[in-house]
Design a protein around this ligand. Structure first.
Ligand code: XMP
Length: 316
């Protein structure tokens, strides 16, 4: 049988051996994987710098929450505010793969600018990321999308043996078990996964500050309703995204011509496949009413009832 305590001890031993006295840097996003990674490295007692890059694609209040969470766990992190650089680089770009490439490469640039000449890079890559990227590489026809942690620059580093991926054999539930055994609070471990490219993959078409702001407001309402109704922990992932289409409606006595937004809530074992969730209609109704009343620029709320496959969890 698989014992998480033994596994943890072995991981820590391996990390100490591989790293020795070198300095390791790791990016933290506030997500479960990078949080477990940072706490694990901290626990291993190696020389680590944890860096949080704000790419301007975070959800509402996310930066503050992340900083608070690490503060609670006694792990020091450094913040780099690169939101302007990202939004400028993304300006006018609407092709999903181009957006991902820009974000991935800029992330690496910003990150290495911040770390200077660190000797090793640690990443919270999980097993499903490894297989999805591998199958992408094998067949060009089945190239689904470029995961941000598998861009060329990182592949180069990998070839030089400078990338440490201690979670690469684990599925999400095993990462959570490891996190629990490392003493990470449950509310942090139960956070939904959030993609590296952030809200960009929930904002099809061009990315503007206005559009991101709409997504942030709608998402915050949806997530707060899920928590209120006790559904947050029952779903794998949930979010609001923008449908980059304006449609006609009526607000007050006036014709409106505003954005549509989509709500998505899925259950999944490992993100390789997913099913949409039959949320209670009261929850959906309250979410929709609040969004339509409170969020300027939105006059239509849709609920995404697509399984993965053929859809993916994110929109890009
Ligand atoms: P898809 O949209 O491919 O998403 O069904 C599967 C899971 O992966 C997350 N995701 C990403 N995570 N970098 C990440 O770290 C990425 O580029 C990325 N793209 C998607 C997504 O949120 C879902 O949990």
């Amino acid at each position: 049988p698989f014992h998480i305590e033994d596994f943890k001890r072995e991981l820590i031993e391996n990390i100490r051996t591989t790293v020795g006295s070198k300095q390791v840097v790791c990016g933290v996003s506030g997500g479960v994987d990078s949080t477990v990674l940072a706490v694990l490295l901290n626990e291993a007692g190696v020389n680590v710098r944890a860096i949080f890059v704000d790419q301007g694609l975070m959800r509402k209040n996310e930066g503050d929450e992340v900083r608070n969470n690490f503060h609670r766990m006694g792990v020091e992190i450094e913040t780099v505010d690169a939101s302007e650089r990202f939004l400028t680089a993304l300006s006018g770009v609407d092709d999903p793969e181009k957006k991902r490439k820009i974000i991935g490469e800029l992330f690496v640039d910003v990150f290495w600018d911040a770390v200077g000449n660190a000797e090793m890079l640690a990443q919270g890559t999980l097993y499903p990321d490894v297989i999805e990227s591998a199958s992408n590489a094998k067949s060009k026809a089945s190239k689904i999308k470029t995961h941000h942690n598998r861009v060329d620059r990182i592949l180069e580093l990998q070839e030089q043996g400078k990338v440490l991926e201690p979670l690469a054999e684990l599925f999400k539930d095993e990462v959570r078990a490891l996190g629990t055994s490392l003493g990470i609070p449950q509310d942090i471990l139960m956070r939904h996964p959030f993609p590296g490219p952030g809200l960009a993959v929930r904002c099809p078409g061009i990315i503007t500050e206005d559009r991101l702001e709409i997504i942030r407001e709608c998402d915050a309402i949806f997530i707060s309703r899920l928590k209120e109704y006790g559904w947050y922990d029952k779903v794998w992932q949930a979010y609001a995204g923008l449908v980059p289409v304006k449609t006609v409606g009526v607000k007050g006595d006036e014709r409106s011509y505003e954005w549509a937004i989509t709500l998505r809530a899925v259950v999944s074992e490992d993100a390789m496949t997913a099913d949409w969730v039959e949320l209670p209609s009261a929850l959906l109704r309250e979410t929709s009413n609040r969004i339509l009343n409170e969020v300027k620029g939105v006059n239509r709320v849709l609920y995404d009832i697509s399984t993965k496959p053929p859809a993916s969890i994110e929109w890009e």
